[in-house]
Design a protein around this ligand. Structure first.
Ligand code: AMP
Length: 214
């Protein structure tokens, strides 16, 4: 099973992808995570994309398609969750070609339904454990008073450099201009499934599982 989680920044794609990895043994392919890793380890590509990412703009199709291409060479296991990819029509076409080259295809594209006010609130409040990736929210799931991650016990919490109001405005505009046309693209292919994305994490996950089990 190969699925895309599609939605604006802050919709909860990463959170839901991590749940699917735990529950279904799928492989999460997040181009945002791959690019952040390249940026923090200071590779040539990481240095090239750093300013673009911090500003909230999209990096080139060529770079992200190359990243995904490499990962598809590996183990197919329980299938892939594409998280934050594709973000343009060119990326969507490339993904279709790559999957068919590997003798596989998309099972579903899950569109997460949210509203912009909730996104701003979520993004400006969020942080993650730098060790295990567990997500926190200042309002609904604050970092424990003892400053230890509830999952792994580490005390290394991080906020993303692009989780500020300026970058967020650009990220939302990039989403509406370049990524939201994918909703029509996948609808026309018969792959698009809408899931309410505003509820509790478990309720959103239940909606996704209902689609996947249908
Ligand atoms: P994300 O973690 O998915 O929110 O991505 C963080 C940033 O990485 C984005 O704002 C872009 O600058 C870059 N990025 C991630 N995925 C892509 C993609 N598929 N295409 C272009 N840029 C991307």
């Amino acid at each position: 099973m190969n699925i895309i989680l599609l939605g604006p920044p802050g919709a909860g794609k990463g959170t839901q992808a991590r749940k699917l990895v735990e529950e279904r043994g799928m492989i999460q392919l997040s181009t945002g995570d791959m690019l952040r890793e390249a940026k923090s380890s200071g590779t040539e590509m990481g240095n090239k994309v750093a300013a673009v990412m911090d500003a909230g703009e999209l990096v080139t199709d060529e770079i992200v398609i190359g990243l995904i291409e490499e990962k598809l060479e590996g183990d197919h296991g329980g299938g892939f969750i594409f998280d934050g990819f594709p973000r343009t029509l060119a990326q969507a076409d490339a993904l279709g070609d790559l999957l068919s080259k590997h003798g596989t295809a998309l099972t579903a594209v899950i569109a997460m339904e949210v509203n912009d006010d909730a996104l701003v609130e979520r993004i400006t409040a969020r942080s993650t454990c730098g060790n295990c990736g567990e997500g926190y929210n200042d309002i609904s799931k604050p970092i424990p008073a003892d400053q230890k991650c509830i999952k792994c016990g580490a005390s290394d919490f991080k906020r993303r450099a692009d989780d500020n109001e300026d970058s967020l405005r650009t990220r939302l505009m990039e989403y509406y201009k370049k990524t939201s046309p994918l909703l029509g693209y996948y609808h026309a292919k018969g792959d698009l499934k809408w899931v309410p994305g505003l509820g509790e994490i478990a309720d959103v996950a239940a909606g996704i599982n209902k689609v996947l089990d249908a």
